[in-house]
Ligand binder design. Structure first.
Ligand SMILES: [Zn+2]
Length: 113
């Protein structure tokens, strides 16, 4: 049955699920784009309500770009099922993964029309 494994296994040697959270941000000062991978098991802080029941999670991540090295601070709230409720960032802006890929591969020109 080795061929089945090859069919479905792809090149994933580990069966571990990647439940990482990926953040894509743009520095508010130099406009460099940054990608951060967050491990929920380490970085998500559980929040408890009055009766000690889990009400959700909070993620606070400090992000630094590699151009001007200014620190940005992202804060994301999740409900108890880890669905995102809200996100804010100081010192920068959230961008989509597509934007990140585009801008990473094409270096920004100095002209901004
Ligand atoms: Zn910057």
């Amino acid at each position: 049955m080795h061929f089945l494994r090859r069919l479905f296994g792809g090149n994933h040697t580990h069966r571990e699920r990647d439940d990482a959270i990926h953040l894509y941000v743009e520095c508010g000062r130099c406009h460099a784009v940054v990608h951060v991978r967050v491990d929920p098991r380490n970085d998500l802080m559980p929040e408890y309500g009055d009766s000690d029941d889990l009400v959700g999670y909070r993620l606070i991540k400090e992000i630094m770009d590699s151009r001007c090295f200014r620190l940005m601070r992202a804060e994301i709230e999740y409900d108890a099922r880890r669905r995102e409720i809200s996100r804010t960032i100081e010192g920068g802006a959230f961008i989509t993964r597509d934007e990140y890929e585009q801008r990473r591969t094409s270096p920004p020109s100095s002209s901004r029309d």
